[in-house]
Design a protein around this ligand. Structure first.
Ligand code: HEM
Length: 185
């Protein structure tokens, strides 16, 4: 997993819960890196898992909720670090259906060693998208947050439902619809 995912995660934890909580989760997790990350480095995903588990224990918020919230936060990082990629798309469904064949292809060049999910489009029209998510890391709540934020980025409302195909979340179907009418948060 790329260092930027760790550095931004620890920044979010510091902003939401304070530096003491950052120190606590780093100390509680057995980290090969000792909790020292550079944004271009690559680190074991197990480190992110233990940071998340220790945060969940410390602040008493379920893992899924923490990962979802981290996705909301990370979207803002993506739009500020890579505005050019978002400028290429005018519509959230177009963007989401291009992750596999365009966006993450670019990401692999920009971030060598990135561990990315696979997406397979099952159904697509201008208002609706059904897409399968595959990843050993089972970060489907992170994906859901990024998808919702993508619609918000284009001032559009969405309804996103997920169906776990594998119980462990390594294969998940997302059923995504545009919500017409005024954008509502
Ligand atoms: C992971 C970049 C858009 C879904 C990642 C990672 C990067 C990245 C750097 C971390 C890889 C690693 O740690 O090894 C980008 C950029 C985007 C973009 C630059 C747009 C400009 C999206 C969008 C989605 C998405 C719109 C919506 C579903 C994911 C997921 C992961 C991920 C779910 C977590 C890894 C996993 O599930 O296995 N992306 N991404 N990305 N990205 Fe993207």
């Amino acid at each position: 997993m790329k260092g930027i995912v760790f550095t931004e995660f620890l920044d979010m934890v510091e902003k939401k819960f304070g530096i003491e909580v950052v120190d606590h989760i780093i100390n509680e997790s057995k980290l090969q890196s000792d909790g020292v990350y550079t944004s271009v480095g690559t680190y074991d995903f197990v480190e992110m898992q233990s940071l998340l588990i220790n945060l969940s224990k410390k602040v008493d918020i379920p893992l899924d909720g923490l990962i979802y919230n981290y996705g909301l936060y990370f979207f803002n990082v993506l739009t500020s670090v890579h505005p050019g990629i978002f400028a290429l798309y005018k519509d959230p469904i177009e963007l989401l259906s291009s992750i596999e064949n365009h966006i993450h292809v670019q990401v692999r060049k920009l971030y060598p060693g990135a561990e990315l999910p696979t997406f397979k489009i099952e159904k697509k029209n201008e208002d609706h998208l059904e897409i399968l998510y595959f990843s050993e890391r089972a970060m489907y709540m992170f994906a859901k947050a990024l998808m919702e934020k993508t619609f918000e980025h284009y001032d559009q409302g969405s309804e996103i439902r997920l169906e776990k195909i594998e119980d462990d979340g390594t294969k998940v179907r997302f059923v995504i619809s545009k919500k017409h009418g005024a954008y509502q948060q």
